[in-house]
Design a protein around this ligand. Structure first.
Ligand SMILES: Nc1ncnc2c1ncn2[C@@H]1O[C@H](COP(=O)(O)OP(=O)(O)O)[C@@H](O)[C@H]1O
Ligand SMILES: [Mg+2]
Length: 219
């Protein structure tokens, strides 16, 4: 059976600033299919980060609806939204957010523990190998390059095999070779796991490898 898509129906976000309503994301109708590597691009201030915050249920939409298959995500309570995130969501940020005193291997083990998925540990170690940092699994962040830290963060996000993976400019601190490798990893993950992968980026080495490209415009 194929996995659920993420569907946006007039999903929008606005806030009141100095007495004026300001649109942070203009209402958007779109479908992110499972098994595909989706890229979101557009000028600064177009609402790309806002869109990822809405998709991760950290921020509530001020208009429209968000569905995961038949399930409405806009209607989940805070408690259920947190449970949905723990169970289904993986996140990758612009720069890796690693803990200074923990080794690469311990970062993976922590995900397995927090998610209650012991098998994620072996999967994470396999990912470190396939991302060519298996020999650095006992290193702490200070002993890793920017590209290596980002690969640890990717292994951390993928090891629990999330059904929905969101990445915000994951290659911003990487050189072209590393950026292409990251794009390839995300694309392969989407098709192998039949997951929804959404990646915000300006990087052409990522955009060129996307299955779909959504251009956001400033509201
Ligand atoms: N907390 C906030 N308060 C006020 N305005 C915000 C806030 N967060 C984002 N915005 C505004 O919302 C718009 C979209 O922001 P953002 O989603 O960060 O865009 P992008 O990631 O595409 O650069 C911008 O105009 C930004 O200034
Ligand atoms: Mg942004």
């Amino acid at each position: 059976m194929s996995q659920s898509p993420i569907r946006l129906e007039n999903l929008g976000h606005s806030m009141v600033e100095a007495g004026h309503v300001k649109a942070t994301l203009a209402p958007l109708t779109y479908q992110f299919e499972a098994g595909k590597f989706h890229v979101v691009t557009g000028p600064s201030g177009a609402g790309k980060t806002t869109l990822l915050s809405l998709l991760s249920l950290f921020v509530r939409a001020t208009s429209g609806d968000l569905f995961w298959g038949e399930e409405s995500l806009t209607e989940l309570s805070h408690h259920d939204a947190a449970a949905w995130r723990r169970r289904h969501l993986g996140l990758i940020f612009q720069t890796s957010r690693l803990v200074g005193m923990m080794t690469a291997e311990e970062h993976i083990a922590m995900v397995a523990r927090v998610r209650g998925q012991p098998e994620a540990r072996a999967e994470g170690l396999r990912l470190l190998d396939s991302l060519q940092i298996g020999d650095k699994k006992r290193h702490r962040p200070f002993a890793l390059s920017g590209g290596e830290k980002q690969r640890v963060a990717i292994a951390q996000a993928l090891c629990a095999r999330p059904s929905v993976l969101l990445a915000d400019e994951p290659t911003a601190s990487l050189d072209r070779t590393n950026a292409i490798a990251v794009a390839g990893t995300l694309r392969t993950y989407a098709s192998d796991m039949d997951s929804v992968v959404v990646c915000v980026t300006h990087d052409h080495s990522v955009i060129d490898r996307a299955d779909t490209v959504l251009h956001l415009q400033k509201a």
